[in-house]
Design a protein around this ligand. Structure first.
Ligand code: UGA
Length: 445
């Protein structure tokens, strides 16, 4: 992106509107405030706006509270759209687009925002919400005056602020008629120093879905390599290390485990598959990616049964409920599927998570939510490590845990623990894609 001084000056003065104060909206607002912009945030939930205005942060995301506090003078929160429209021209839309039963994205919240803005040639709707390819074009057709810019987000939960401030790339998609708005959007990101991909709207929308689908494919691929490695005596952590050094492959997203979860991958992979299907194209690869992910969750139950036989009446500890560490998010978490299966097999499930416990209580019917890892492990016939929270490495496995468990069986769904040390301490240890006898602790992710 050329650093034209007029563009920079414009960026310095650009007031920003953020519509939807969920996880993406709040991170976006906090980071733009940190970059020196005035940010006007709108959400339709009054309680959320009231607590944000009091300086309370409704979600768990590292550094977010600190940035919101530092940017307090530059941030405003309201339930009304009018004051936002009055003060800002770039309206970053971050309302959620949850999946419907058919796998399509529910665009009703986006539609409502478009309707509320109405006809305005002074404003641009900058779409951060993940939408199907073609959404931008359809909105632009309906509201010819309104500028439309696609600006997908690539933030990861747990590192969203750092991801926003140091992105690999920023994607800005717009048609010719909205190119002036697209320049202004590019300008507000320019201080981050990342490559800016200026493209058309449909391609920008596709970049988002294709990126998530590709990452999910990488995970399902390494999970299948893991499953074959178990049969053939290879160690998937060694295989991934050797593969990842090839620059064309890269080391990231090659950690075999019990399947991907979260609010994004399952939703976006299904959305892209569905979108392709609606256009008459059968996306074979994504069908397999989804299937492999479902099967991967089930394999854990098989590993427990291999050691325990029937699970009826067995006490099983689940360590971790969140879909990944450093978040309290349990949406599409593997733990939920696993707990339901274990309960279905007749097991008594006790789940523990350092931060997601409260959410877990509502979502794990039939399972007991424990107050600590040791409480969950006390008297357990087997334990499954579901989420790689660092505190699970710190447990006194060889001492206190070994004494407390009724039978020392660990299924390590993330290859996170030191299998050698556990085996030496008398545990039966099952990793993912690792033959017994080759169980050194993997290097931290
Ligand atoms: C994902 C993408 O990584 C972001 O770029 C994107 O912006 C976001 O979705 C979104 O669409 O909003 P996120 O869902 O926060 O971010 O989580 P990831 O860190 O990507 O992990 C997703 C899942 O994959 C987790 O369940 C994780 O345990 C699993 N995973 C990840 C593996 O099983 N193996 C790996 O090697 C990496």
């Amino acid at each position: 992106m050329a650093t034209d001084p007029t563009t920079s000056a414009l960026a310095e003065r650009e007031p920003i509107g953020v519509i939807g104060c969920g996880w993406v909206g709040l991170v976006t607002a906090a980071c733009f405030a940190e970059l020196g912009h005035d940010v006007h945030c709108r959400d339709i939930v009054p309680e959320k706006i009231e607590s944000l205005a009091r300086g309370e942060v409704p979600i768990f995301e590292p550094r977010l509270a600190e940035l919101l506090e530092r940017g307090r003078e530059r941030l405003s929160f309201t339930t009304e759209l009018a004051p936002v429209l009055e003060r800002a021209r770039l309206l970053f839309c971050a309302v959620d687009t949850p999946p419907t039963h058919s796998g399509d994205a529910d665009l009703s919240r986006v539609e409502r925002v478009v309707d509320e803005i109405g006809e305005s040639s002074d404003h641009a709707l900058v779409m951060k919400s993940t939408v199907p390819v073609g959404t931008g074009r359809a909105i632009a057709r309906r509201r010819e005056g309104l500028g439309y810019v696609s600006n997908p987000e690539f933030l990861k939960e747990g590192s969203a602020v750092d991801d926003f401030m140091g992105p690999d790339r920023v994607v800005v998609g717009a048609e010719e008629s909205a190119s002036a708005f697209a320049e202004r959007v590019a300008a507000v990101y320019q201080p981050l120093g990342a490559p800016i991909v200026r493209t058309d709207v449909a391609s920008a929308e596709m970049i988002k879905l294709a990126s998530n689908a590709f990452l999910a494919t990488k995970i399902s691929f390494i999970n299948e390599i893991a499953n074959v490695s178990e049969e053939l005596g290879a160690d998937v952590t060694e295989v991934a290390r050797g593969m990842g050094l090839d620059e064309r492959i890269g080391p990231k997203f090659l950690q075999a485990g019990i399947g991907y979860g979260g609010s994004c991958f399952p939703k976006d992979v299904s959305a892209l598959k569905q979108l392709a299907g609606n256009s008459g194209y059968h996306f074979q690869l994504l069908t397999a990616v989804i299937e492999v992910n479902e099967l991967q969750k089930r394999r854990t139950v098989g590993k427990l049964k291999k050691h325990l036989g029937s699970l009826v009446g067995r006490e099983i500890a689940l360590l971790g409920v969140a879909f990944k560490p450093h978040t309290d998010d349990v949406r599409e978490a593997t733990s939920l599927v696993l707990a339901a299966r274990l309960v279905g097999e007749g097991a008594n499930v006790r789940a523990y998570d350092p931060v997601a416990g409260a959410h877990a209580r509502e979502l794990l019917p039939g399972a007991h939510v424990s107050g600590s890892a040791l409480e969950a492990l006390d008297g357990a016939d087997g334990a499954v490590l579901v989420t790689e929270w660092p505190e699970f490495r710190e447990l006194d496995w060889a001492g206190e845990v070994r004494e407390r468990m009724a039978s020392p069986l660990i299924v390590d769904g993330r290859n996170f623990l030191d299998g050698h040390a556990l085996a030496e301490a008398g545990f039966s240890y099952e990793g993912v894609g690792r033959p017994r006898g080759a169980l050194g602790a993997p290097s931290p992710a």
